[in-house]
Ligand binder design. Structure first.
Ligand code: FMN
Length: 190
């Protein structure tokens, strides 16, 4: 069983986060979640392993603001994205939206999740579950970014391909995040 760092980005598929967290836990994994600001439009972080007071559990769901907890850095303060990378056996980004995919491919580091990825120990696995509109998925830049990540990570990279269905935007086609079962099955099989 693994320490799974679940990255969640701003796709409609982020609505699955509470269930995905529960199912990863049920499969025996220890899970921490790093969310982007956009992803919080789609689920309530306080519903996942909440504190006794019903608040967000900062040990489980990490926001960008947790990287910058005080008024200024004090020597010896932990650097959260490095602590998270040390803790994690596997980085699972589900859903991985087009914006974050592009940022990973380019090496941009403007939030906690992309900092974790950029500081990643590339002997450890990275699993991406892309989710986006069909035309975004089919756009040549998507393949370019995935090819770049394959070059960068080699055998450490695993992509759970999106599936075809009626999307939240009413388009029908490939782009929906893979079923949670398929994501967990891949993670457990590796
Ligand atoms: C209602 C709504 C749904 C969205 N769904 C998706 C999606 O499924 N895939 C995607 O790539 N972007 C989607 N977006 C756009 C992203 O949220 C946007 O690019 C955002 O900047 C992503 O930021 P992040 O990568 O930091 O989470 C959606 C935006 C909105 C408002």
């Amino acid at each position: 069983m693994a320490n799974v760092l679940l990255g969640v980005t701003g796709s409609v598929a982020a609505i699955h986060t509470p269930q995905l967290h529960g199912e990863l836990r049920a499969a025996g994994h220890d899970v921490k979640i790093v969310v982007t600001k956009s992803s919080l439009y789609f689920f309530d972080a306080a519903t996942i392993a909440p504190t006794a007071a019903g608040q967000r559990n900062k040990n489980v769901v990490i926001l960008d603001e947790d990287e910058w907890p005080g008024s200024s850095y004090q020597r010896g303060d932990p650097v959260l994205h490095i602590e998270l990378r040390r803790w994690a056996d596997v980085l699972l980004i589900a859903p991985c939206d087009a914006n974050t995919l592009a940022k990973l491919a380019l090496g941009l580091t403007d939030n906690c999740l992309t900092c974790v990825y950029r500081a990643w120990d590339r002997t450890r696995r990275v699993i991406l579950a892309p989710a986006m509109n069909t035309l975004m998925w089919q756009h040549p830049v998507t393949k370019r970014h995935l090819d770049q990540l394959t070059t960068d990570l080699g055998a450490a990279l695993h992509v759970v391909l999106p599936i075809s269905k009626k999307l939240a935007c009413d388009d029908v086609g490939v782009g929906a995040m893979a079923e949670r079962d398929a994501i967990i099955a891949l993670l457990t099989a590796l």
